[in-house]
Design a protein around this ligand. Structure first.
Ligand SMILES: [Zn+2]
Length: 120
């Protein structure tokens, strides 16, 4: 991946991306909770991409979701929704992609907003 292209990102932009993705993650935490309550093995998650207007739904196994959540910098996205300025795809399936933040400031922000951080 070419890291030299593109203009440097502004801090407010990085904060906005981190907040948006952290918000979608909160929504998915609730979805996962209720799926577990109904002993379901799969759930319809929202796409955790950086676009605040994204309404994409992703059907994924709960196990997959849990493995994403083990890492505070990993997110579950619809395929093709990764923002390559801040994240790279670590796993891709027909229905979803898992990304990891490599952009330092965004990674630090999402880690600080991780609802499961207290257990880490
Ligand atoms: Zn999306």
């Amino acid at each position: 991946m070419d890291e030299t292209t593109g203009v440097p990102m502004h801090e407010h932009e990085e904060v906005a991306i981190a907040r948006t993705e952290a918000l979608f993650r909160e929504v998915n935490e609730r979805i996962a909770e209720s799926a577990k309550r109904f002993e379901s093995h799969e759930a319809e998650f929202v796409c955790e991409c950086s676009d605040p207007t994204c309404v994409h739904r992703i059907a994924a196994p709960l196990d997959t979701y849990e493995s994403v959540r083990e890492c505070g910098t990993q997110f579950l996205l619809a395929p093709g929704h990764a923002d390559e300025r801040v994240e790279r795809v670590v796993r891709e399936r027909p229905r979803y992609a898992i990304v990891e933040k490599f952009q330092e400031r965004v990674a630090a922000l999402v880690r600080s907003l991780d609802p499961r951080a207290s257990t880490a």
